[in-house]
Design a protein around this ligand. Structure first.
Ligand code: NAY
Length: 288
């Protein structure tokens, strides 16, 4: 379960329906071209919070069918509707996903007791390993080292996807939990996270920059920081350009340039202008 995991995009048509062939092509691109170690399915990058339960299940099925056992698969099943989270957790466990992951419950200001109960309810009902998905910038949920510790005390809570720029907390977590899996979630900060000895990374830009991500991660593990920094700089030139142009839309347009039918984003995400589509094409030509 260590290494580079792509936070998988999903291909939707212009009406917002799943484009099955396009999704299969995105999976194949990540496995065959980028050679990532695994896929993180139905996370933020998969536009998970914009789709129905049935669509989530269909995406889990298509990805498993296409990827088989070629790479590790983590299913993001977290939901504000805890019954949905449990239902999806059971569903992907039947499909033989390697682990589940759940975003911290958001929108309402849940206290830690409620957050803990959410994770315990899911792991008590679903027979699979759990990776906590912490992304405070989007959820507003900031957990302390002790609170992470209370959750990680469960044998079946095996790790954290840490999408935050708090390197002090990341170092403390790594030090306190050497046997748990810690994944970095911000691709633009992969090198500093790798220096802190994380186990892997889960990122959206790996859909188009997977090979560089692996190089950064592996060079850092070998202590070759100058070389790794060089690649992080190139990566960050790309990430800055993607963020300025529209994150998920630009990654989809870059994939299309390479013959991958990555489709469109779901509303309320907008479609980008022809000018931005042209910019994405330039980025694909320069960086992919
Ligand atoms: C997810 O669930 O898809 C992720 O959280 C992957 C992590 C990404 N976060 C978001 C919100 O997209 O890869 C990052 C991020 O896109 C990247 O670092 C650019 O900021």
């Amino acid at each position: 379960m260590k290494g580079i995991f792509t936070a998988l995009m999903c291909s939707f048509d212009e009406q917002g329906n799943i484009n099955e062939q396009g999704l299969r092509e995105i999976v194949r691109h990540n496995i065959d071209q980028s050679k990532v170690d695994g896929l993180y399915v139905n996370g933020s990058t998969g536009e998970n919070f914009l789709i129905t339960t049935e669509m989530k299940k269909r995406i889990f099925e298509i990805v498993k069918d296409e990827a088989g056992d070629q790479v590790k698969l983590i299913a993001q099943i977290g939901s504000l509707n805890i019954d949905e989270a449990v239902e999806l957790g059971k569903f992907v466990t039947e499909l033989k996903y390697d682990a589940i992951s759940a975003v911290t419950p958001f929108y309402y200001k849940f206290d830690f007791e409620e957050i803990k109960d959410y994770y315990e309810t899911i792991i008590n009902e679903v027979n699979n390993d759990m990776i906590i998905y912490s992304i405070p910038a989007l959820t507003g949920v900031n957990m302390s080292l002790d609170q992470f510790g209370e959750l990680l005390a469960h044998d079946r809570i095996i790790g954290v996807k840490f999408t935050a720029p708090d390197f002090y907390l990341l170092e403390r977590l790594r030090h306190a939990f050497p046997d748990k899996l810690i994944y970095s979630g911000f691709d633009e900060m992969l090198l500093p996270a790798s220096v802190l000895n994380i186990d892997g990374a889960i990122g959206s830009t790996f859909n188009v920059n997977g090979k560089r991500a692996r190089e950064i991660f592996e060079l850092a593990q070998q202590g070759k920081i100058t070389e790794a920094l060089e690649i992080q700089r190139t990566t960050n030139d790309l990430i800055s350009a993607i963020l300025a142009n529209g994150l998920y839309q630009t990654i989809k347009e870059m994939l299309k340039t390479k013959g991958v039918d990555a489709g469109y984003c779901r509303k309320p995400m907008k479609q980008i202008s022809a000018e931005k589509v042209a910019r994405a094409k330039e980025l694909a030509e320069k960086y992919m």
